[in-house]
Design a protein around this ligand. Structure first.
Ligand SMILES: Nc1ncnc2c1ncn2[C@@H]1O[C@H](COP(=O)(O)OP(=O)(O)O)[C@@H](O)[C@H]1O
Ligand SMILES: [Mg+2]
Length: 1068
């Protein structure tokens, strides 16, 4: 049997609503077997091309038939579900009939269309259901009485390296065991339910059962379905009786795998986390990647001896045959078409490219039945022997400790025992026993209540239908609301509620829904603890519910009320179909996060997506904290780029500064805080889920060592806020002293920082004032030194009095250096007087550019100590502590909002816009400080120019006083030009800047400046341009400056300079 490569197909889906809303750009192209992807960041770069066995264009060019099926519109190359089935599914089916094992798996990031291809949605059924349907159609066509078929169906989920049987009600704690067949070496799941099925309808019902089970698990246990792998296995046996009466069995195992989302959870963010290793978030998926790479290397013959690491994860153990074994294997790589997914999509394409190199050896599994039986019996004898006389003896293995040997021995014994049982069961299989088992399974299948299937009732009765972040799991659970009362709560309540929920923040008696002939109301029970949200708002007391209202019970159970009796909605702008995303956006909005999509940069869009992703996780972690009484609270904070450490922010980037999604953990007892990057939080959340699961499983988790506690973190310095020190003065060799505001991540002022910037010699001795240069280019190609002194600070919040220090990073002698002031303790007004001399061995244009538009971000930190909390607080539990803090923060927030509104005189509505301002607040603060620095600098330059002017007047005066005979032009000219060092026009240009400065000073509160109106007036006469510029507003200044910065680096001629300045004026 020749080797056969894994077949690889790629498929690109249409834009989803979010992508359409923000006018996403299409980055995928397909032509024949070629698929190419272009980098949206580098439009001139050649697109990267890949070739695959199949490339399916399902992005556009389709129309919807009246029955909901999507098909190609007028000659387009759109690939429908049917088309994909015909290429891939039909092949699987044919192979199964021939007796080959087949595997089909779907790979791609969450939302890329894996489930759409595998399972499908609504009428657009995917490969798995069509294949099953066609399989039974073929079976039904069989008229040969000497041929019979046995089909079984199983469905499992691998989550967090545990196997759950999706067709079984009671899964053991820790999941089902994965065992190795001692003879074949292959792995299998012990005690997995394999249901005999005799029709497609039975498979469909079992799939629904499995999906419902996934939905319940993902909601009750707060598991994220996108992190789970779903494996459907169909065994297909054909038993053929020959004329002589002997039977042959042809068997095929079909593995249909919908893999977990391939996206990386921002690996960079978690790298620093001490608990990272413990979280096997995507262990199975990364193991799969390693197995594929090893197999690809093997088949390419590049490396000779390679261990394929199948044993590294549950998934790779179970897929051992599918990959590099006895199986015909197909992989579908699902691609997102949108620009913001470029990185993930490219990595999917690369993954697929590697997979296509894998070679398998598939053989037909066809054997005479009596031979199979004989072999099984022999095998059993052998196994029994192995178990006799004290069980398995192990040879002393290389490098194994006695404990490890003993563990392995036990494992092997268990494997053998399990295998014996399985063989015995197989030996008992025959036609009669099969028919019995099938009949039994059918009775069970009939009884399965798949809830949502009752379409007729849905037209007449109000009901709740679930929403899940995975669209595959939305609309799966349905609760009809009887006339009268429907109680919602935990199943340990008495009486048992009508709707039983479990999981976080669900109370025994949680809520009651009243239905009076279609008039629906909901009431929260036990007031204090019951957490229910209606359309994003917390429910207190009783409230009427309308058609399509969104109800969130606890932290995870999201439902939509559907009311066919009163189909009027409360809000007529609701979308036709309420999605999980819609409901989440609503909650985010109520919390004050911006969710609009117009006019956002790519980075801002990503931030928004991340906020929507992380918010539900944060509420979940808060709920776990309450339940386990961890005395911590969590909050999403957006740290603007300006407040991020080491910000090397140049002005050109300033317009698309974006915030970073971060989570703040707070110790509710002593107020200490920690900031976690998104990646770290996601890892921690995963570990927190695991911890909570242990707690639910009855383990005592109250005393876990802090090193393993995902809620614990050693105290660290807390970032009070940042100040941006702009460096323009350095371009002119001027010193600069200022008191900068310290802004926290919300843009709120936390204090002031007094700093000094002085050009100096290499020893730090300030150089004298005369070093002032009128044209920064004069500094080029010479060594340059400056001294940064952090003088004093003044911090507002008393909780930072334990100790304060300032950190910043700066490029010194060509290397980035972290600078740290000493910590000044026990004061809110520390004096640092900490200086650092920074040297540039040879000043280049890029240094000038950085002086012109860059800044040094000074991060002010407060020391935190693990102080003993107020004994009064110790009496409170986490929920009470959180409520107390929230009350306090709400009060502060309101006051701050009022202040901000007064400041900006912005006529905005409270709440939502309050926080929206926080998203960009710091940028505004930073912009202001940039402008302020500019003005101070201009003022200094102005003073210098005045000095020059006076000096020139003096020269002129001296010259005019000289007797005529001594009036030599040559020395006079040299004297004047030495002072001026510039032409008249350049002087004028400076004056124009000064004029802008004047304007600006009027609108920004600044330290006073000397009134030089008389000299200004004189200058204005020379400059008609200035008349126009008089009306220029301060915002134009930054525009004007940007325009002139753009010409930076090529030293604009005076004419050019004038042009840019005046073109800036035209903008008004
Ligand atoms: N080929 C396609 N045609 C139309 N819609 C699609 C297609 N592929 C995916 N979708 C839609 O995109 C969304 C995400 O797809 P899904 O299959 O659930 O992603 P995944 O399983 O990879 O997370 C679903 O709403 C689905 O209907
Ligand atoms: Mg899916």
């Amino acid at each position: 049997m020749p080797d056969e490569s894994v077949k690889v197909a790629v498929r690109v889906r249409p834009f989803n609503q979010r992508e359409k809303d923000r006018s996403a750009k299409l980055i995928i192209k397909m032509q024949g077997q070629m698929t190419s992807i272009s980098n949206p960041e580098a439009p001139n770069e050649e697109p990267k091309s890949f070739s695959f066995d199949y490339s399916y264009w399902s992005h556009d060019g389709f129309k919807e038939r009246s029955d909901g099926i999507l098909e190609p519109a007028g000659g387009s190359n759109y690939s429908s579900q049917r088309r994909v089935f015909e290429d891939l599914g039909q092949g699987v089916l044919d192979n199964a009939f021939e007796g080959y094992n087949c595997s089909l798996f779907a790979y791609g990031q969450t939302g890329s269309g894996k489930s759409y291809s595998m399972v499908g949605y609504g009428q657009n059924k995917g490969i798995v259901p069509i294949t099953c349907d066609e399989m039974f159609k073929s079976i039904d066509k069989n008229t040969d009485s000497n041929k019979r078929f046995e089909v079984t169906f199983s469905m499992l989920e691998i989550y967090n390296e545990q196997v759950r049987d999706l067709l079984s009600k009671d899964n053991p704690k820790g999941g089902l065991n994965v065992r190795q067949n001692p003879k074949l070496g292959l792995f299998y799941v012990e005690n997995l339910k394999r249901v005999p099925v005799g029709s497609y309808a039975e498979i469909e019902k079992r799939t629904e059962q499995g999906t419902a089970s996934r939905t319940v698990a993902s909601t009750n246990m707060n598991a994220t379905s996108s992190r789970a792998h779903t494996v459907v296995t169909i065994t297909f046996d054909q038993i053929i009786k020959s004329e002589s009466g002997s039977e042959t069995k042809k068997s095929s195992v079909m593995n249909l795998v919908d893999l977990a989302g391939s996206e990386r959870a921002d690996s960079t963010g978690a790298t620093g986390d001490r608990l990272k290793e413990g979280a096997n978030i995507n262990k199975s998926l990364s193991a799969l990647g390693n197995v594929i790479s090893a197999l690809a290397d093997l088949s390419m013959g590049t490396k000779k001896k390679i261990m394929v690491p199948y044993r590294d994860s549950i998934l790779t153990k179970l897929l051992q045959n599918a990959l590099g074994g006895n199986s015909k294997t197909i992989m579908i790589a699902a691609l997102s078409p949108a620009d913001i997914n470029y990185d993930e999509t490219l990595s999917t394409l690369r993954y697929a490219d590697r997979a296509k190199k894998i070679k398998n050896k598939a053989v037909v599994n066809e054997n005479p039945l009596d031979k199979l039986i004989r072999e099984l019996k022999e095998e059993n004898e052998r196994l029994k022997k192995a178990m006799e006389g004290g069980g398995v003896m192990m040879q002393e293995g290389a490098g194994l400790t006695p404990e490890e040997l003993e563990k392995m021995r036990k494992q092997m014994e268990e494997d053998i025992r399990a295998q014996l049982m399985a063989n015995q069961a197989m030996l008992a299989d025959n036609e009669e026993s099969w028919n019995e088992k099938l009949a039994e399974a059918r009775t069970e299948t009939d009884k399965i209540d798949t809830g949502g299937a009752d379409d007729k009732r849905k037209n007449k009765e109000p009901y709740l239908i679930n929403l899940n972040e995975d669209p595959m799991l939305s609309g799966v659970i349905c609760h009809f609301l009887n006339n009268g009362e429907t109680s919602v709560g935990r199943k340990d309540a008495s009486p048992v509620p009508n709707i039983c929920l479990s999981g976080l923040s669900i109370q025994k008696q949680h809520a009651v829904i009243f239905n009076k002939k279609g008039v629906i109301e909901i009431e929260s029970v036990s007031g204090s603890g019951s957490k229910t949200k209606i359309n994003g708002l917390p429910l207190t007391g009783r409230k009427a519910l309308c058609h399509k209202d969104r109800i969130l019970f606890g932290s995870n159970h999201m439902y939509v009320l559907m009311n066919p009796l009163k189909p009027d909605t409360a809000d007529n702008s609701l979308p036709k179909e309420i999605t999980w995303e819609y409901a989440q956006k609503e909650i985010a909005q109520v919390k004050g996060f911006a969710t609009g999509s117009a006019g956002l940069s790519k980075e801002q869009q990503i931030v928004q997506e991340q906020v929507l992703e992380i918010l539900p996780m944060v509420s979940e972690v808060n709920a776990v904290s309450e339940e386990l009484n961890k005395q911590k609270s969590f909050e999403v904070v957006l740290i603007s780029a300006a407040a991020q450490e080491g910000g090397d922010v140049t002005q050109s980037q300033a317009s698309n500064w974006t915030s970073k999604v971060t989570v703040k953990m707070k110790n509710l007892l002593n107020g200490n805080t920690w900031l976690w990057e998104r990646g770290k939080f996601i890892t921690r959340r995963y570990l927190i889920q695991e911890l909570y699961q242990k707690f639910l499983d009855g383990e005592d988790v109250s005393n876990i060592p802090k090193e393993q506690d995902p809620f614990w973190e050693p105290t660290e310095d807390v970032l009070i806020g940042t100040s941006n020190l702009f460096l323009q003065s350095l371009s002119y060799c001027l010193d600069f002293m200022d008191t900068l505001n310290i802004s926290d991540y919300k843009g709120q002022e936390e204090g002031q920082l007094k700093v000094k910037l002085e050009p100096c010699d290499n020893k730090g001795k300030p150089i004298d004032e005369e070093a002032f240069v009128d044209d920064p280019h004069e500094l080029l190609n010479k060594p340059y030194h400056f001294k940064l002194t952090v003088e004093t600070a003044n911090i507002h919040k008393s909780r930072f009095s334990k100790g304060i220090l300032v950190k910043y990073s700066v490029k010194n002698n060509g290397k980035m250096e972290e600078v740290k002031t000493p910590t000044v303790k026990n004061t809110l007004t520390p004096t640092f007087n900490h200086s650092k001399v920074i040297s540039i061995p040879k000043l280049k244009q890029e240094n000038l550019d950085f002086f012109e538009s860059g800044c040094i971000t000074l991060s002010v930190y407060g020391i935190q100590e693990d102080t003993m909390p107020d004994p009064k607080l110790l009496k409170l539990n986490t929920r009470e502590l959180r409520e107390a803090t929230m009350y306090k923060e709400l009060r502060n927030l309101t006051i701050n909002q009022e202040l901000r509104q007064m400041e900006t005189m912005e006529n905005t509505t409270a709440n939502a816009s309050g926080r929206r301002a926080t998203m960009f607040g710091n940028e505004i603060a930073s912009d202001t400080s940039h402008l302020k620095t500019e003005v101070v600098l201009l003022q200094r330059k102005y003073e210098r120019l005045q000095q020059k002017e006076r000096r020139m007047q003096q020269i002129c005066e001296e010259w005019s006083k000289k007797p005529d005979g001594e009036k030599q032009f040559e020395p006079f000219y040299r004297a004047v030009s030495a002072v001026a060092n510039s032409t008249g026009t350049r002087l004028k240009t400076r004056v124009q800047m000064l004029n802008q400065m004047l304007k600006l000073q009027k609108s920004v509160a600044l330290p006073s400046y000397k009134d030089n109106s008389s000299s200004m007036l004189r200058l204005q006469k020379d400059s008609p341009d200035l008349q126009r510029q008089k009306t220029m507003d301060p915002s134009m200044l930054s525009k004007a400056n940007k325009t002139s910065t753009a010409t930076n680096g090529k030293r604009p001629s005076s004419a050019e300079n004038n042009k840019t300045e005046s073109s800036a004026c035209v903008i008004q």
